[in-house]
Design a protein around this ligand. Structure first.
Ligand code: A2P
Length: 268
């Protein structure tokens, strides 16, 4: 239930901002992105997530969403799956410009630059909507201050699901703020596993086979130079984590920076 052109039917619960939707774009019948106004007081680090919901109940359903826009941006972007009968996304997928969205005040998360020790290359491993935190991080100049190369891998089932990441990457390369930094140092590798596509293999397979090194012209992953951020399904996280561990990398956290960090992508 979304009431348009009227005040939110339920007051925003304590600790929640009520934000206005400014833009909605649908990519497929399963994926869309949207933008909302950003409260002046809201601070976050690129790569963090926040709880969002709709003002359609006294106790609204809130879900964790990675913020897909960079920390310097004056609006907030989110990238979402649409799930039939999903407690939140069933309604969220119907939002339009001018609607109200609820957002809790505190952002948090482990996919932040502070959780990684300095290194040469930053690998961003993502499947599905797991690309969202990286859409934020690739647009943050600090990412390029800390790393020489930023290697974004995105795996999806279908080609159409790669559009958002490809669009953001292209826009980043021509962005007035980070374009110059990102242009030659940000690389994107796309794979679509269930359709005809030049790269039709899981990103984990690209890494373990060593083929990714040939594709990108980089040495095999090692603890000295490589740092990794991982965001996808539970199974994908487990497989990518195993790859990092076998390469000798250790898992980091906000209070204990190390060589790789992991976060589950939002699923409804
Ligand atoms: P596949 O088509 O071979 O299952 P999902 O929608 O299931 O999360 O899948 C999104 C993408 O992630 C698909 O390309 C899928 O490949 C891939 N994928 C699923 N599980 C894993 C995994 N454990 N490791 C790497 N990629 C995975």
């Amino acid at each position: 239930l979304i009431l348009r052109g009227a005040p939110a039917p339920f007051a925003a619960p304590a600790g929640c901002h009520a934000l206005t939707v400014t833009e909605v774009q649908h990519y497929t019948d399963r994926l869309f992105r949207f933008r909302v106004t950003r409260p002046a007081s809201f601070r976050f680090r690129s790569g963090e997530f926040v709880m969002i919901g709709l003002p359609n109940a006294e106790r609204p359903v809130m879900r964790a969403y990675s913020i897909a826009s960079p920390a310097w941006d004056d609006t907030l972007e989110f990238y979402s799956i649409k799930v039939t009968d999903g407690p939140l996304t069933e309604h969220l997928q119907q939002i339009r410009e001018g609607d109200t969205l609820l957002m809790r005040q505190k952002a948090t998360g482990t996919l932040v630059l502070d959780a990684l020790r300095p290194g040469k290359r930053l690998w961003m491993l993502s499947t599905g909507t797991g690309i969202a935190p990286f859409a934020s991080l690739i647009r943050d100049p600090e990412t390029y201050e800390r790393f020489d190369q930023v290697l974004l891998l995105h795996g999806c089932r279908e080609v159409a699901e790669l559009a958002y990441g490809a669009e953001i990457t292209e826009a980043t390369r021509h962005d007035p703020l980070v374009g110059e930094l990102a242009h030659d140092r940000l690389r994107l590798v796309n794979s679509a596993t269930r359709e005809d596509y030049p790269v039709r293999r899981r990103i984990t397979d690209l890494i373990t086979s060593g083929d990714i090194c040939d594709m990108l012209g980089v040495p095999p992953m090692a603890a000295e130079d490589d740092r990794v951020m991982i965001c996808g399904s539970i199974a994908m996280l487990a497989d990518c984590k195993a790859i990092c561990l076998s390469a000798g990398l250790t898992e980091g956290a906000n209070n204990r920076p190390a060589e790789f960090v992991v976060e589950k992508a939002f699923v409804d």
